[in-house]
Design a protein around this ligand. Structure first.
Ligand code: GDP
Ligand code: FE
Ligand code: FE
Ligand code: FE
Length: 197
């Protein structure tokens, strides 16, 4: 079983789990544990820190079930980019989530926080750990969408191939659904997908 050092959280894994469970509905709590396990397997394959991967996987959706008012208050209180106020939970739980993770869970490791910040939109530059959380969220065992088998195969073959695959599919899906594209999503697309010009 995974025993945490004191480097990233003073909680044990069980204590961290209990704090996360208190903020999430059962289905979402089960999802973050599947993401953790999927991410740990990728960390072993691709050489990322297993403890940091576990923590990042568990906390990635920590803020997912907060009311919009909490996010708007945080954007104002912590002087985040004011444009964030024009978005919604899909973007906030990743980008603003770390504000709650820092203050409520006492986790300050910037790579763990960036893995949360980038887990929905990706980022032009991601560390191996950040790529792993982005991919684990997409391919955890309960995910079921057209292309998920291919996403799993590509991620097992080459992590960067998986990142490009998800980035293309997500942008294509958002456009097909007439959804607003967060600028970071476009930046990620431009960094990962075009093969020329
Ligand atoms: P989850 O939290 O585990 O459900 O997964 P994610 O955090 O990866 O995604 C949350 C939602 O954000 C999904 O419905 C995505 O399709 C959506 N999403 C991702 N990028 C964007 C974007 O640029 N704009 C909008 N409007 N939604 C996005
Ligand atoms: Fe999420
Ligand atoms: Fe995701
Ligand atoms: Fe998730």
């Amino acid at each position: 079983d995974l025993v945490y050092s004191d480097h990233y959280t003073t909680d044990t894994r069980d204590q961290l789990l209990a704090k996360i469970e208190a903020h999430l509905r059962p289905e979402r709590f089960a999802h973050v544990q599947r993401v953790e396990q999927t991410a740990i397997a990728l960390a072993k394959q691709y050489g990322a820190d297993v403890e940091k991967t576990s923590i990042a996987g568990l906390v990635h959706d920590y803020a997912k079930q907060r009311p919009d008012s909490d996010f708007l208050q945080a954007i104002s209180d912590y002087r985040l980019d004011p444009d964030l106020a024009n978005w919604n939970n899909a973007i906030w739980h990743g980008v603003v989530g770390p504000e709650f993770i820092k203050r409520e869970l006492g986790i300050y490791d910037e790579e763990i926080l960036n893995a949360v910040r980038y887990h929905t939109t990706g980022n032009p530059y991601m560390t191996t750990l950040e790529k792993i959380v982005y991919m684990a969220d997409y391919i955890e065992p309960a995910r079921d969408f057209d292309g998920v088998a291919e996403a799993r195969e590509m991620t097992a073959r080459d992590l960067d191939l998986g990142v490009a695959f998800q980035t293309w599919h997500t942008l294509t899906y958002l456009i097909a659904e007439n959804k607003a594209i967060y600028p970071k999503t476009i930046e990620t697309y431009n960094a990962w997908v075009p093969t020329s010009g």
